[in-house]
Design a protein around this ligand. Structure first.
Ligand code: SF4
Ligand code: SF4
Length: 68
């Protein structure tokens, strides 16, 4: 499952796009919109959540990983 962005908290900085090692996230600079472009490719590594300055990202783990 992909990360979830809280649009109320998001500061539209684009950091999450730079943090993602597999380009799951695309930031539209003109619109200031974060798009989860390739949700099935998410590794659940947590880099985007860790680097987000606004605490706007929540990682939703698939059930098989939730008990690890
Ligand atoms: S890093 Fe956080 S605040 Fe910045 S664009 Fe991504 S979700 Fe929004
Ligand atoms: S958890 Fe990791 S792989 Fe998934 S979107 Fe965030 S940075 Fe990319």
């Amino acid at each position: 499952m992909p990360p979830r962005i809280d649009s109320d908290l998001c500061q539209k900085c684009g950091t999450c796009e730079d943090s993602c090692p597999v380009d799951v996230i695309y930031f539209h600079p003109d619109e200031g919109v974060v798009e989860i472009r390739y949700p099935d490719e998410c590794w659940h590594c947590g880099s985007c959540r860790q680097d987000c300055p606004a605490g706007a990202i929540k990682i939703v783990f698939p059930p098989i990983m939730a008990n690890v």
